[in-house]
Design a protein around this ligand. Structure first.
Ligand code: PLP
Length: 266
């Protein structure tokens, strides 16, 4: 007699592979496992990467991205999607079109540049992110570098964070989560702002003096998607995700000779 368990909520990441296992698809799937949802993946690009940076990156053809997505969604289904590294304008447009055909909530992490300064998105793709992808997002999660890239705004204060949220919301996502982790003005706090234009939620967590933070952004966005897949609303999912990523950063560990990953299993 075969016995089937109950299926967990279904969560899909559309992102790049990090061979070092700390960010990208690998971080997303570890996060989803840790948070009790079934993780599935659409690989957009393969990076040769370690604790010292990205050594090489190869984008997949748009048809390979579409085929992976269709294979998953048409048979298994999906309760929430997360997007990360999309590499080029063609893949941004491809993924935006796929998202247009689903009612599942989408967390869009507009990945631009890695902590080591490696470009994960072509400059020529920024318009497609603004015009095609952000309008499909339930939540967009830019850090301050990505805010600058997308909106031209330099953020130094909490008022600037409000302006950044409004500017990002202007491109059409339902919610914007502005990640202020790099903001010097906050000293020993990592402060993020979640806004839908009328409601705002400030999320504050102690900033850990730990340089092993590789994969932080991917982990946060995936944790939000996991919460949405479980049926949480956006403020609940973001609050729970912030708590998870704060613990993962605190437990981040050294690997190789550079920046180690956050610990998904903390
Ligand atoms: N590699 C891949 C494939 C990613 O998707 C990302 C971030 O989204 C990174 C690297 C960068 O990670 P970090 O900036 O946390 O080092």
């Amino acid at each position: 007699m075969s016995v089937a368990g109950a299926a967990p909520p279904l969560c899909l990441t559309v992102a790049g592979s990090d061979s070092g296992g700390g960010a990208g698809i690998q971080a997303d799937l570890k996060t989803m496992l840790a948070l009790g949802v079934h993780g599935m993946s659409v690989v957009t690009a393969v990076t040769a990467q370690n604790s010292l940076g990205v050594k090489g990156a190869w984008e997949l053809p748009a048809e390979a991205v579409t085929a992976q997505y269709r294979a998953v969604v048409d048979d298994i289904g999906v309760h929430a999607v997360k997007t990360g590294m999309l590499s080029s304008a063609v893949l941004v447009e491809t993924v935006a079109e796929l998202l247009a055909g689903t009612t599942a909530p989408a967390v869009v992490d507009p990945v631009g540049v890695s902590k080591h300064g490696d470009a994960l998105l072509a400059a020529s793709a920024l318009d497609a992110v603004r015009q095609e992808l952000l309008p499909r997002a339930t939540v967009a999660t830019p850090n301050l570098d990505e805010v600058a890239q997308l909106t031209g705004l330099a953020v130094e204060t909490e008022d600037d964070m409000r302006r950044a949220a409004d500017a990002v919301l202007g491109y059409g996502p339902r919610w914007a989560l502005i990640k202020g982790g790099h903001l010097a003005a906050h000293g020993d706090e990592a402060v993020d702002l979640l806004s839908d234009g009328s409601r705002e939620l400030w999320l504050r967590a102690p900033r850990h003096d730990n340089r092993h933070t590789h994969g932080t952004g991917c982990t946060l966005a995936s944790a939000i998607a996991a919460g949405l897949a479980k049926g949480l609303d956006v403020p609940e999912a973001v609050t729970a995700a912030k708590e998870y990523v704060t613990g993962a950063i605190a437990a981040g560990f050294a690997l190789g000779g550079g920046i180690g990953p956050v610990d998904h299993a903390w």
